[in-house]
Structure formats: C-alpha cells, structure tokens
Unconditional design. Structure first.
Length: 463
C-alpha cells in the first residue's frame, strides 16, 4: 500500500533545507557581517588606542562659555613630545573614548594690497652743482591722478646708499615736498640685496618728482625708471601671527670672521619664523645666516638675510630682522658675517615662532582632552578639517590646556596601528560590500526554498 507523502515529507523538506542551506549560509552570513562590520568599526575609530599615547592634557573652557567651536594654542610641551613638526599625533577626545575631529590652523602673513598706478616718465637728468649733484626723475600720473603712497626706483647701480626726496605738483610748475628723508640702498655680495622702494604719505598729484642725492664721495647713480603704486594695509587677522619665545640659554662665540649666537629655546620642533636684533652700533651692514637643530649637533640651514642701520644727517634707515618662513628646532644658531670689521654690539636677539591653533566642535557640559606623544601615529583624516574653512574662526571659544599628565595606560613599545589608508578614503566600499553580501545570501536562501526536496527512505521502507 502506497504511503501518503504529504504529512511526512513537508516537515522533512524543512530538515533538508536546514542541512542544505542553513548551516553554510548562516556561517557565511555571520562571517561576512563580522568581517565587514569589524573593518567599518576599525575605520570609523581611526587609530586611537590609549595605550599608544604618552601624554594628555585637559582642555579647559571657561564655565558658561557658549559656542559651536573652541580653540586652544599648542604650547612648548606639546611641541617637545609630538611625533613631528606636523603634529600628526594630536587627538582630541570628548568624554572617555570619543575621538573627535579637529583642525590645526596656522595664521598666514597677510600681504598688503598693492595697486599699481599708470605713470609715464617724462624727465630724467641731473641737478645741482658738483658739490651737491643729484639724479632726478619725474613721472606723470595723468589728468585725473589716483592716490599713491609708494614708489620703487629702477637703477643699474650696485652697492650704494642715497638720500631721496619726493616732490609733488599739479601743474608741473609749482612743487611741494612730500617727503625729504627717504633713502634707497643696494648691497653687492654673494647675494645682491636691494631696498629701492620709498614710502610717502598718501598723495593725489599729477606729477611726482624724485631727487636722489649722490652717494658720499661718488657721482650720482643713473635712474632707469620708476613704478608708482598704492599700498593698503591688510585687515587684522584676529589671532597673533607671531609670538616671541623665551630663551632657555644663549651663548656667543667668535668663529673666524663670524660671530655665532646659539640659542636654546627649551623645547624641540618649535616653528621658528623670525629673528629680530637690537644693536648699539649706528652704521653697519652685515649678512646673517640662521640654522636650526633639535639636538645642538646636526644643524640645517633655515634662512638668511641682511641687517643694517644707517644714521646720516638727512635720513636714518634700518632693517634689523631676518624672516625664515617656518624652520623647526629647539636650537637656533645665528651667524653674523663681520668681514674685516669688529663684531657688532648686539644687545638682544629675539626669536619669534608662528603659533598653531587647534579648533574643534564644542558641545556643552562635555569633558575634552588632548592626547599626544605617539611616535608612530599617522596624520588623521576628519570631516571637521574639510569644513573648517567655513566656520566662524573669530567666534570660536578660547580654551586653554591644563597641566601635562603622563598617560598611566601608555605602553612605550606599543605603536598606533593605522587602518588601511585606502579603506579610510573609501569607506563606502565597506557598506556597499555588506549590502551585496546580504542580498547574495538572501538570493541563495530563496532559491533553496523553491528547489524540490529529495526523498529520504522512511523507517518503514528500510524495513
């Protein structure tokens, strides 16, 4: 007698399905979920591991201060223990474990706005007698002259210093003095340095006449032309662009025809940006080279310049600083070339650094800390840094760093383990892959449900 298969086979089909699809699909599904979710989690958490960071500081915001963003200035202790001049190991934590985004802001020197004026040279020549001979040049700015306040002279002469007078006229006949104590200079040497721009009060004159006195004991220099322009001071940036850094130690030595000053700033990797001198001498011109180092042994050239001061009867002109851009180091070596002259009476050398400001999103009633001191940390990538240009920087709440604290969980031999840089840049791949895996597994399960189940011999049949 034939057995009915309805009541027996339907439940056994589910058993077959479980055997055929359930275990492998479940294992594959779980593995895909765990793997992709793990990658996504690692990517989202970046590389912060408290055991790989040596120091932390509380970020203190004034009680009751309200704002969407806050900022603090990086200090010497952070520079000294950071992974590098790029500060790539800084991490800002909200609460206990929330690694949040931030942006490091470096205030740039804002250049003045320069508007060149159309000026035609209409006269060049000499004036005066042999005892007071001078070069002369006149420019015409047109019938409706614009306002101007700077003039740069062009001359083929080298190695000169000359007094300059600027006169103005509306008709080319009646002249008045605009400035009578200007000066121009040029120094010939390994690198020629020229200072041939003369500033004067804002003037709206059709004609400008420039009178350049002959250098002492020499003939007047030739004038080839002139450029007239208006210079407008830039608006204040709101945050200090330079800060004078105190000296931990300073030594002076004479090295042949040079004087060397070695200045210890007390912390490694400081961003040295400018050197400024105070000198008692009245008339001098010296070339200066600046080197930096973190160990006082291996020095690299940071920049060079020229310092001078001329105090004459008709004018006094000085330039007593050397700009470097950014050169990083704890030690600054200043080398002043004396030639055959006696060393300068330098009374003070000021070293200026360019501050770094860290901005981050601020939430009320939250604790914030700065972690640093992880030599192997990679530069982080945050959305906040990408949108930083759009935030209102002056409105950011000013914060300050608390006292440095050693991280009790720090393990000196443990390095921060970065995730794959490619995954960091392409997190969408993880989530797309997860979606594809889920869809594929669902399709496999659906096909298995529709496939007819194979018969198994019943217990009665086996008998």
């Amino acid at each position: 007698m034939r057995r009915s298969r309805v009541s027996v086979c339907q439940p056994r089909r589910n058993v077959h399905l479980a055997r055929r699809v359930g275990r492998p699909a479940a294992h594959l599904f779980a593995a895909a979920l765990i793997g992709l979710a793990g990658l996504a989690a690692n990517t989202a958490r970046a590389d912060f591991d408290p055991e790989a960071w040596g120091f932390y500081r509380d970020i203190k915001v004034a009680e009751g201060a309200e704002g969407r963003n806050a900022r603090f200035e990086v200090d010497g202790h952070v520079w000294d223990h950071a992974a590098g001049p790029g500060l790539q190991d800084l991490r800002v934590l909200r609460g206990e474990t929330d690694d949040i985004g931030y942006a490091v802001y470096v205030p740039e020197k804002v250049r003045p706005q320069i508007e060149e004026r159309t000026a035609r040279v209409i006269n060049r020549g000499r004036r005066g007698d042999r005892a007071a001979e001078a070069s002369e040049l006149t420019v015409d700015l047109g019938e409706s002259p614009p306002v101007a306040n700077r003039l740069t002279l062009e001359t083929p002469a080298r190695n000169f210093r000359c007094a300059v007078t600027i006169e103005g006229s509306d008709d080319g006949k009646t002249w008045s003095t605009i400035r009578d104590n200007g000066a121009i200079f040029a120094f010939a040497g390994d690198v020629e340095r020229r200072f041939t721009t003369v500033a004067f009060p804002d003037a709206k004159r059709r004609y400008l006449r420039v009178v350049v006195a002959a250098p002492a004991g020499e003939k007047p220099i030739d004038l080839a032309g002139a450029t007239v322009f208006l210079e407008t001071a830039p608006p204040a940036s709101g945050l200090p662009m330079l800060r004078e850094h105190p000296h931990a130690k300073e030594t002076r030595t004479e090295q042949g025809r040079e004087t060397w000053y070695t200045i210890d700033l007390g912390a490694r990797q400081l961003p040295v940006s400018k050197i400024q001198f105070e000198v008692a001498d009245e008339n001098f011109a010296r070339a200066v080279c600046v080197d930096t180092s973190d160990d006082d042994k291996m020095y690299g050239q940071a920049g060079s310049g020229f310092i001078f001061r001329y105090a004459e009867r008709r004018y006094e002109k000085s330039h007593l600083e050397v700009e470097l851009g950014d050169a990083f180091g704890q030690y600054v070596r200043v080398r002043i070339a004396n030639g055959d002259d006696a060393p300068l009476a330098v009374t003070r050398i000021a070293v200026f650094t360019r501050p770094r400001y860290v901005f981050f999103a601020l939430e009320k009633d939250q604790r914030y800390r700065l972690f640093y001191g992880s030599p192997e940390a990679r530069p982080p990538q945050y959305d906040y840094a990408r949108v930083f240009a759009t935030i209102d920087r002056p409105a950011a709440i000013e914060a300050r760093l608390g006292s440095p604290e050693r991280n009790p969980r720090f393990i000196a031999t443990k390095a921060a383990q970065p995730p794959s840089p490619w995954l960091m840049r392409n997190q969408w791949v993880l989530y797309t892959g997860l979606g594809v895996a889920v869809a594929a597994l669902a399709l496999v399960a659906l096909r298995a449900l529709k496939r007819p189940a194979e018969d198994e011999p019943s217990a009665a049949g086996k008998q």
